[in-house]
Design a protein around this ligand. Structure first.
Ligand SMILES: [Zn+2]
Length: 69
């Protein structure tokens, strides 16, 4: 199984791997949506799984969701 992330580690990951900023101060599990600020200033919510594994690291305006198949 995957590693257990702490909010601090997630914050570090977000800083290193995206232009977005993490606003959430608590992480309760992979299904929880975290709040981010995009580099454009928009706020958006995303689970860390999507952020990290599916490369969804910006808001829906900067990175429109692709239709899934
Ligand atoms: Zn944006």
């Amino acid at each position: 199984m995957g590693k257990r992330w702490t909010i601090g580690e997630i914050n570090e990951f977000v800083e290193k791997n995206s232009e977005s900023k993490l606003l959430s101060t608590e992480y309760r599990g992979f299904s929880q949506k975290l709040l981010f600020t995009c580099s454009c200033g928009n706020h958006f919510e995303k689970t860390f799984t999507k952020f990290k594994n599916k490369n969804q690291r910006k808001c829906d305006v900067c990175q429109p969701p692709r239709p899934s198949r």
